[in-house]
Design a protein around this ligand. Structure first.
Ligand code: BMA
Length: 393
């Protein structure tokens, strides 16, 4: 005897998964045995998904309620649009530094970015300000301000080379990571650096004294070889150990449970390369990559496509959140960069945000967002008029 099985309504991934497994279609006929098997499978899968729903979707199983809520918001926003981000947006811009409420993007468009990038480099040496001259005391205030206005903070960390005392770009020798890992000569000292970072993160509190949830993007662009944690500076195993050690130390030993962990290699050419140094789904929440226009628009667009396909595919499979964690074209020397190159490429994908790098006050030709009077300002405003682009009023 055969039965016609109706196609499940396209709701959850579960149903898609089941339909893939039992190869359903509207007209195919099934035997009683096949139907029983399918029913059992549906039952088993729905039990699993119920169990998963009650568990934290975050890598940090002790993530605070607010961190889980931010994660949920990030997930939901994926279907609504893409958030615009800018590094150091409130700290300085072209021709100004530390003016309360000011932001180059706000000056140009009338709105703030939705994502604000901040940089921790130099925190580890107890400097009062970071390597881009932003006082950490101010950075904390900005991050709290961002949270209060409904924005999202993300932190990178160009930490110094612990072996030479040089900066993050000091790659003269290739054993820095090894010396930091357990048993290594700099392990204990590196943990004191993590203590300092933990203190910083635990100072980010809202008015009620609750920790503000933020994205953390350590050891980024590691598929390149320009930082001491880069591809030629350590093995994949060492990198993975470095990440896991940092994660475990901050989340467990230091109980810093307000971080959403963002994996962010430089752009790659294949999924295999993307995952080669991936610490694992239990250690990561967001899948990002950094990509800049360095050569031709065509090459950049192709690079974006390749990597956006990789992160969105993996994110679907692994239930992670995809993002373009850094991007831009230094000095924006073409007038249609935003509407002719960047936005048409990235808006084809469901990604969380894209972050334009900083408008440096200390390096004249180092800026990635327009400022009033810049030739790309009109083009930028055309881009941000798209309803799928999310900013803050
Ligand atoms: C780089 C440059 C540097 C800066 C560093 C950390 O991309 O912008 O000038 O010090 O990031 O923010």
């Amino acid at each position: 005897m055969t039965y016609i099985l109706p196609l499940p309504s396209p709701k959850g991934d579960n149903e898609y998964m089941i339909s893939e497994i039992i190869n359903l279609n509207r007209t195919k006929k099934y035997t009683m045995k096949q139907l029983l098997f399918a029913a059992l499978l549906i039952l088993a899968t729905s039990c699993t998904s119920k169990k998963e729903e009650t568990q934290s979707p975050l890598a940090d199983k002790n993530a605070t309620k607010e961190t889980k809520e931010l994660h949920q918001l990030l997930r939901q926003r994926l279907t609504e649009g893409i958030m615009l981000g800018h590094q150091d947006a409130l700290a300085y811009g072209i021709g100004w530094y530390g003016v309360s409420g000011k932001s180059d993007i706000k000056e140009v468009s009338g709105r703030y970015p939705a994502v604000f990038g901040w940089e921790l480099g130099a925190l580890e040496r107890n400097s009062p300000y970071n390597l881009d001259s932003v006082y950490f005391s101010d950075m904390k205030k900005y991050a709290i301000q961002v949270h209060e206005m409904g924005g999202i903070n993300t932190f990178s960390w160009h930490a110094d080379n612990i072996v030479t005392g040089g900066d993050a770009w000091d790659c003269k020798q290739d054993s820095v990571v090894r010396t930091i890992l357990p048993g290594g000569s700099n392990h204990a000292q590196f943990l004191t650096w993590l203590d300092i970072a933990a203190d910083f993160f635990s100072d980010l509190k809202d008015k009620e004294g609750k920790p503000i949830p933020v994205l953390f993007r350590p050891f980024h662009e590691h598929t390149g070889s320009w930082f001491w944690w880069g591809a030629e500076q350590c093995t994949p195993e060492e990198y993975i150990q470095l990440w896991k050690m940092t994660f475990d130390y901050l989340t467990e030993t230091k109980q810093i449970n307000n971080l959403i962990w963002t994996y962010s290699p430089a752009s790659v050419t294949s999924e295999e390369k993307y995952v080669e140094r991936y610490p694992g789904n239990e250690y990561v929440d967001m899948l990002g990559f950094d990509s800049y226009l360095y050569s031709t628009p065509e090459a950049y667009m192709a690079e974006l496509d390749t990597n956006l396909i990789i992160v969105t595919d993996l994110a679907k499979r692994w239930d992670k959140i995809p993002t373009l964690s850094e991007t831009g074209f230094e000095t924006i020397p073409v007038e249609n960069f935003f509407t002719g190159i960047l936005w048409p490429t990235i808006s084809k994908y469901e990604i969380s945000y894209f972050l334009l790098w900083r408008n440096a006050i200390n390096r004249p030709d180092h800026f990635y967002a327009p400022y009033p009077g810049h030739s790309s300002a009109d083009d930028f405003n055309k881009m941000v008029a798209d309803k799928r682009l999310i900013m803050i009023n």
